[in-house]
Write a protein that binds this ligand. Structure first.
Ligand code: PEP
Length: 248
């Protein structure tokens, strides 16, 4: 049995400012957690956060990464730049980026490869919409997001994380039930087994995201294949996020 240490990732999206950073980090200083805790702030604040990290065990992640290494790509931030800034992980293919910025599975795949090459932990976000769920297409949608988003990826011992984020659960207050989330995570792990083999599939952490709060955290984390959480709205309230992290 592989021991997958839980990871809790905060996705601040386009929120927060220096005041939130100061409040969050002040309350994390000196705290110990059994799991790994990471915060993904807007790019501009990463360096401000790094200054605090000497005093806490937090990791910093990014909400996106460029598929390009360098060049004439206005507005992009490369994996190497993120690494230099002290970033440990990056979200890839969040449903908001897929829906609003036309990110495709193929584009996500290039980003996963780029992140791996720069020793950033890729957190590939996948999930079905309400309409896809209603049409009974959840497994098929996840399968194509995984097979296309991870096509020709060779892990070679490097870590990968998958975030299952049903689109209907993001920001709606309607979290998937722990049983449903576990059922879907099991489907995802089976798909990962076909892609990478059992040893890698057992090592890959699959985190759940979608209306996570301090009230549903414990039950979600008790599930065998739920290896952590991706938290949006609740991560903007420092005390609330701390209460989630303390259960991980
Ligand atoms: C997210 O957008 O990654 C997310 C999980 O949001 P929320 O927790 O607000 O549903």
């Amino acid at each position: 049995i592989v021991n997958r240490k839980p990871i809790v990732i905060a996705n601040w999206k386009l929120n927060g400012g220096l005041d939130l950073i100061c409040m969050s980090l002040a309350s994390f200083i000196g705290k110990q957690f059994d799991g790994t805790i990471a915060i993904c702030p807007p790019y501009i604040y990463m360096r401000d956060m790094m200054a605090f990290l000497k005093f806490s065990e937090l990791l910093i992640g990014s909400q996106n990464v460029s598929r390009f290494e360098s060049g004439a790509y206005t507005g992009e931030t490369s994996a190497q730049m993120l690494k230099e800034a002290g970033c440990s992980l990056c979200l890839i293919g969040h449903s908001e980026r897929r829906a609003m910025f036309n990110e495709s599975n193929e584009g996500c795949c290039i980003k996963v490869a780029t992140a791996l090459n720069h020793n950033l932990l890729p957190v590939l976000c996948i999930g079905e919409s309400q309409a896809e769920k209603d049409a009974g297409k959840t497994s098929a949608v996840l399968s194509s997001q995984l097979t296309q988003g991870l096509a020709n990826i060779a892990l070679k011992g490097r870590d990968l994380c998958i975030a299952y984020e049903p689109v209907w659960a993001i920001g709606t207050g309607l979290s998937a039930s722990p049983e449903r989330a576990q059922h879907v995570h099991e489907i995802i792990r089976n798909e990962l087994t076909s892609l990478f083999g059992i040893a890698d599939a057992e090592r890959i952490r699959i985190v759940y995201g979608g209306s996570v709060n301090k009230g549903n955290t414990a039950q979600l984390l008790q599930q065998k294949d739920i290896d952590g959480l991706l938290v949006g709205g609740a991560s903007l309230d420092t005390e609330h996020f701390l209460a989630i992290c303390q259960q991980a």
